[in-house]
Design a protein around this ligand. Structure first.
Ligand SMILES: *Cc1c(COP(=O)(O)O)cnc(C)c1O
Length: 232
């Protein structure tokens, strides 16, 4: 596990350096979904400090079991509004906010525990039916303007999941598009208008395509298989 993590960190560093970026600005999120607590523990001991999880119940179990470890937990799965209550208790960053209903619920639940919940807005750049995320730009801007008025949510950037390709370079246009969208949000002064909205983070890139994502500006890469092995 240590070797695999070292290898990934080297590849992240190389990808960043090659395109003139500071590797410090790319954070590795180790995706632990379906993997046992022991695996996450081993990863933490090998230097992993951010873990991404997709399922609330699974994350709650792991969070409890590993409470003595310095792990920052990120939620990267599809979040149902009725689970927002649990999500705000555990996660430092929720990558997958894609509706007003969910944003309202997160704001409400975060308020209850006196927390400002950091989130990313998930955009469905490829417009695949099977994927979550906002497809309409107008809707994205409306969502941001409404979240801008919420007191217990802070938007840090955008997240996307491109279609899966055997050739990672094919995912490049989708990563590039997400970066352009974040820039458009800045250019349209949304980040000036609302103090709780910034566009510093781009969550994109997985085991098969993270180097391409880094070249296109990723600040958070979500990597499971290359660290924990294939999932059943
Ligand atoms: C499972 C998952 C990952 C990790 O995928 P790998 O190909 O195993 O690296 C990344 N992001 C999301 C949203 C996931 O669900």
């Amino acid at each position: 596990m240590k070797d695999r993590i070292d290898t990934i960190n080297k590849r992240i560093e190389e990808a960043a350096s090659t395109c003139g970026r500071d590797p410090e600005n790319v954070k590795l999120v180790a995706v632990g979904k379906t993997k046992p607590v022991e695996d996450i523990k081993e990863a933490a001991l090998a230097g992993i400090d951010v873990v991404g999880e997709n399922y609330i119940q699974e994350a709650r179990t792991k969070f409890e079991a590993l409470s003595s470890y310095e792990i920052s937990w990120h939620f990267i799965g599809h979040l149902q509004s009725n689970k927002a209550k649990y999500a705000v208790k555990i996660f430092d960053l929720i990558h997958t906010v894609d509706s007003l209903k969910l944003a309202y619920e997160i704001d409400k639940q975060a308020k209850k525990i006196d927390k400002i919940q950091d989130i990313l807005v998930q955009v469905n750049i490829s417009m695949e039916e099977s994927k979550s995320g906002i497809t309409d730009i107008r809707e994205l801007f409306d969502l941001l303007r409404t979240i801008g008025t919420m007191e217990n949510i802070s938007v840090k950037g955008l997240m996307t999941i491109p279609p899966y390709y055997n050739e990672p370079d094919k995912a490049r246009p989708f990563f590039r598009e997400l970066k352009k969208l974040a820039q458009k949000i800045v250019d349209d002064k949304i980040t000036d208008e609302f103090s709780n909205i910034s566009m510093d983070e781009l969550s994109m890139g997985m085991t098969g395509d993270f180097e391409i994502a880094i070249e296109e500006g990723a600040t958070l890469v979500r990597i499971g298989t290359a660290i924990f092995g294939t999932r059943l």
